[in-house]
Design a protein around this ligand. Structure first.
Ligand code: BGC
Length: 431
C-alpha cells in the first residue's frame, strides 16, 4: 500500500511532445543530416501544443494525481529579454486545467533544449548563462507560481553535459571532456541562481524547488581488476554524483573542482542546500570496464551483465537499482524525494507492466524503510520524440499514432491507472 498522499503521475518535456516550436537548438540540430535516427525532427511530435486538453483529460481518466511537464524557454523568451505573454498564457491554461482535474503539476524550467539566441550567444558555456536562466526562472515563477508549487530548475545536468559536450551526440555536438566539465560547472552555477530566483519570485512562499538528477547504478565488470574499479569510481564520482553532491555537501569531486575553477566568483559551497526536494530519474545499470581506446570518454566502456533483460534500446531492466539509489541518496540529502522519471522503451508493451510493478515495489519497500518518497512519475505519458533516437523508441503508457495523432492507452497504461486508483500493487503480480 502507498501512503495516502503519495502522488502517481507521468512525466513529459516540451520539445518531446509539443511540436510547433522552430526556435530551439534541437530544431536546428535535428535538421542536420545523420544526427537523429530516421531523420526525425521535433517539428510536430505529439502536437500537444494544440491537443493538450485531450491529454489532460486522458490523465484524468487514468486517475493520475500529478504530472511533470516542462516549459519551452524558446517560447517564453523568443529573443533576449522579450517575454511572450501569449506563451505564458498558454502554460497558465494548461496548469489551470491540470489543477481543475485534480492533477498537481510539477514544472521543469529547463529540459535540454535552448532558445536559438542562447545557443548563438555561447550556449551552456556562456558566462551569462546563469543570469539568463535566473531571469527566465524569475519571470516564469512570477507568472505561474499561483498554479504550481513544485519546480525543477534543470533536468539531468549530467546527461545534458555528457551527450552534448563529451559524446557529441546532442547539440552542440562537442566531443571534449574538458569542455564538458566547464559546461557542468556553468549549469551548477545556473541552478543556484535559478533556485534563488524561483524563491524570490514566489510571493506566497509555497515553491519547492529541486533538480531532476539522472542516477544510474554503476558496477565494475571485473571486480578484481584495478582498472575496472577505477573506471567505476570515476563514472560514479563524475557522471552520477558530482552535481547532486555539490548540492548536498557544497563540494565538487576534486579533479572536477580543479578543472572548473573560474574567476567568476561563484563558490561551489554556495550550492549547498539549494534543493528543497530530491528528484531522481532512474532507468538502468551500467557494468563498466577500463578501456584504453576510450580516452574521449574518460577511459570508461559501458556494458550490461550477460543475459540481462533489456528494453528496445538495449538498456538493462534492473528494478533493484531504484531501491538502491533511493536509499543512498536519501541518506545523503535527508529531504523529500520524488522519482521524477522512470520508464522503458517497449513498443510491443510486453515488458512495461512488469517493469512498473517491479519498480513501484522498490519504491514501496524504500518507503517502508523510512525513505520519504512523495511521488512517482512514469516516463512517459505518451510516445514522444526521444532525442537522437527519434520516434522509434516508444516510452508511452499511451501509444501515439503519428500519422493521425490518435492516442491509444496501452495495457500497461490501464494497469498503472488501477495501481494509482487502489494505491496498491496487484497481489498476483508481485514477485
Ligand atoms: C530524459 C528524457 C528522456 C528519457 C528517456 C531522460 O534521460 O529526461 O527526456 O526521454 O530519459 O531516455
Amino acid at each position: 500500500m502507498f501512503p495516502r498522499h503519495f502522488l502517481f503521475g507521468t512525466a513529459t518535456s516540451a520539445t518531446q511532445v509539443e511540436g510547433g516550436c522552430t526556435n530551439t537548438d534541437w530544431y536546428d540540430f535535428a535538421r542536420r543530416p545523420g544526427r537523429i535516427k530516421g531523420g526525425d525532427t521535433p517539428e510536430i511530435a505529439c502536437d500537444q501544443w494544440s491537443r493538450w486538453p485531450e491529454d489532460v483529460a486522458l490523465q484524468q481518466r487514468l486517475g493520475m494525481t500529478t504530472h511533470r511537464l516542462s516549459i519551452e524557454w524558446a517560447r517564453v523568451e523568443p529573443r533576449p529579454g522579450e517575454i511572450d505573454a501569449a506563451a505564458l498564457d498558454h502554460y497558465r491554461a494548461v496548469l489551470g486545467a491540470l489543477r481543475d482535474a485534480g492533477i498537481e503539476p510539477m514544472v521543469t524550467l529547463h529540459h535540454f533544449s535552448l532558445p536559438r539566441w542562447v545557443r548563438d550567444a555561447g550556449g551552456l558555456l556562456a558566462d551569462a548563462l546563469p543570469e539568463r536562466l535566473a531571469r527566465y526562472a524569475l519571470r516564469v515563477v512570477s507568472a505561474l507560481g499561483d498554479l504550481c508549487s513544485l519546480w525543477v530548475t534543470i533536468n539531468e545536468p549530467s546527461v545534458l553535459v555528457a551527450q552534448g559536450y563529451m559524446l557529441g551526440a546532442w547539440p552542440p555536438g562537442v566531443q571534449s571532456p574538458v569542455t564538458a566539465i566547464r559546461a557542468h560547472h556553468r549549469l551548477l552555477e545556473a541552478h543556484v541562481a535559478m533556485y534563488r530566483a524561483a524563491h524570490a519570485a514566489d510571493a506566497q512562499g509555497r515553491a519547492r524547488v529541486g533538480v531532476a538528477h539522472h542516477v544510474r547504478v554503476v558496477q565494475p565488470e571485473r571486480p578484481r581488476r584495478p582498472g575496472d574499479l577505477a573506471a567505476t569510481a570515476l563514472m560514479r564520482r563524475t557522471f552520477n554524483e558530482a552535481f547532486g553532491r555539490a548540492l548536498t555537501e557544497g563540494k565538487l569531486y576534486g579533479p572536477l573542482d580543479v578543472l572548473s575553477r573560474s574567476k567568476r566568483g561563484f563558490r561551489v559551497a554556495d550550492a549547498r542546500g539549494t534543493q528543497d526536494f530530491l528528484g531522481i530519474n532512474y532507468y538502468s545499470r551500467d557494468v563498466v570496464r577500463f578501456s584504453a581506446a576510450r580516452a574521449a570518454e574518460m577511459f570508461v566502456a559501458r556494458g550490461i551483465p550477460e543475459g540481462a533483460e533489456v528494453s528496445d534500446l538495449g538498456w538493462e531492466i534492473y528494478p533493484e537499482g531504484l531501491g538502491e539509489v533511493l536509499r543512498a541518496w536519501y541518506a545523503r540529502a535527508k529531504i523529500p524525494v520524488y522519482v521524477t522519471e522512470n520508464g522503458v522503451a517497449d513498443a510491443a508493451d510486453t515488458r512495461r507492466g512488469r517493469f512498473l510493478v517491479d519498480h513501484l515495489a522498490q519504491v514501496e519497500a524504500a518507503i517502508a524503510d523510512g525513505v520519504d518518497v512523495r511521488g512517482y512519475y512514469h516516463w512517459s505519458l505518451l510516445d514522444n520524440f526521444e532525442w537522437a533516437e527519434g520516434y522509434a523508441a516508444r516510452f508511452g503508457l499511451v501509444e501515439v499514432d503519428y500519422a493521425t495523432q490518435e492516442r491509444r492507452v496501452r495495457p500497461s497504461g490501464e494497469l498503472y491507472a488501477r495501481i494509482a486508483r487502489e494505491r496498491a500493487l496487484p497481489g498476483p503480480m508481485r514477485r
